[in-house]
Design a binder for this molecule. Structure first.
Ligand code: AMP
Length: 212
């Protein structure tokens, strides 16, 4: 199964990607995590991406597409994957088509803008595996420690309120048009993420035809 999770920053894509990944045993691929890793390692594409990420903008299509292509060539992607945060522009969606990738379902995780700042303020992300938690809505079992791999949980630099504003503007301008793009193609499902995580997960699983 090949899935795309669409949605604004803070909508809960990462959390749902992790749930689906555990359930279907396919990898969750977050271009945000790939980019942050490349930045940490100081690779050429990582260094090129840095200023866009820190300002809340999008990394240029050609850089992200190349990073994703490389990731999808790995063995664990053979029986499917969940794309979290890719595509974010129409040209990125077209690039997937040009790669001959047929997506089974697209799930749009929706949340009102007003809730996003609160959500992102409480977000804590694992330094090593990138798993995402929330101090109030989705707390880790042990404070400050990742449930998945025991890594340290930290606050992302771009979860600063000023950067969030820019990321939201970019989402509405460049990513939201993908809703129409995929709705026209069928296979499109909407999930309301404004309530409890369990409720969002229930809707996501229903969209995938899975019981919770
Ligand atoms: P995320 O972890 O998905 O919120 O991504 C963090 C940041 O990485 C975004 O704000 C962008 O700067 C960059 N990024 C992640 N995925 C993409 C993408 N598909 N296209 C362009 N930039 C991206």
């Amino acid at each position: 199964m090949k899935l795309i999770l669409l949605g604004a920053p803070g909508a809960g894509k990462g959390t749902q990607a992790r749930m689906i990944s555990e359930r279907l045993e396919i990898p969750a691929i977050s271009t945000g995590n790939i980019i942050r890793d490349a930045m940490k390692q100081g690779t050429k594409p990582g260094l090129a991406a840095k200023k866009y990420v820190e300002e809340g903008g999008l990394v240029p299509d050609e850089i992200v597409i190349e990073m994703l292509k490389e990731r999808l060539e790995q063995d664990d992607c053979k029986s499917g994957y969940i794309l979290d945060g890719f595509p974010r522009t129409v040209p990125q969606a077209q690039a997937l088509e040009e790669m001959g990738i047929v997506i089974d379902k697209v799930i749009d995780i929706e949340i009102p803008d007003e809730e996003i700042v609160t959500r992102l303020a409480g977000r804590r992300v694992c330094e090593t595996c990138g798993a995402s938690f929330h101090t109030r809505d989705n707390p880790p079992k042990q404070d400050g420690i990742c449930d998945v791999d025991g890594g340290k949980l930290t606050i992302r630099k771009d979860d600063d309120p000023k950067v969030i504003e820019e990321r939201l503007a970019v989402y509405h301008q460049q990513t939201e048009p993908l809703i129409d793009f995929y709705r026209k193609a069928g296979k499109f499902y909407t999930v309301d993420s404004s309530g409890e995580v369990e409720n969002t997960t229930r809707q996501t699983m229903a969209a995938l035809g899975l019981s919770q």
